[in-house]
Design a protein. Structure first.
Length: 66
């Protein structure tokens, strides 16, 4: 068997092998979730900060009126 035929048969077997397909799909899904979480969290953190600031203002105003 010559080198070209050996390389061809090896590449053919590699292309037909689907054993690692699930692992790659899970890794891609985890990557997408990580990117989405990174994109969403800064806006959520600033919204939570605004809400707590409003609560603090209301509590301060209520404590001075009493």
């Amino acid at each position: 068997m010559n080198l070209l035929a050996l390389v061809h048969s090896s590449l053919y077997r590699l292309a037909k092998d689907v054993r690692g397909q699930d692992l790659i799909e899970y890794a891609l899904m985890a990557g997408f979730v990580a990117v989405a979480a990174g994109a969403i969290m800064p806006s959520v953190a600033s919204s939570i900060s605004v809400i707590f600031s409003q609560i603090s203002s209301v509590m301060s105003a209520a404590s001075t009126q009493g």
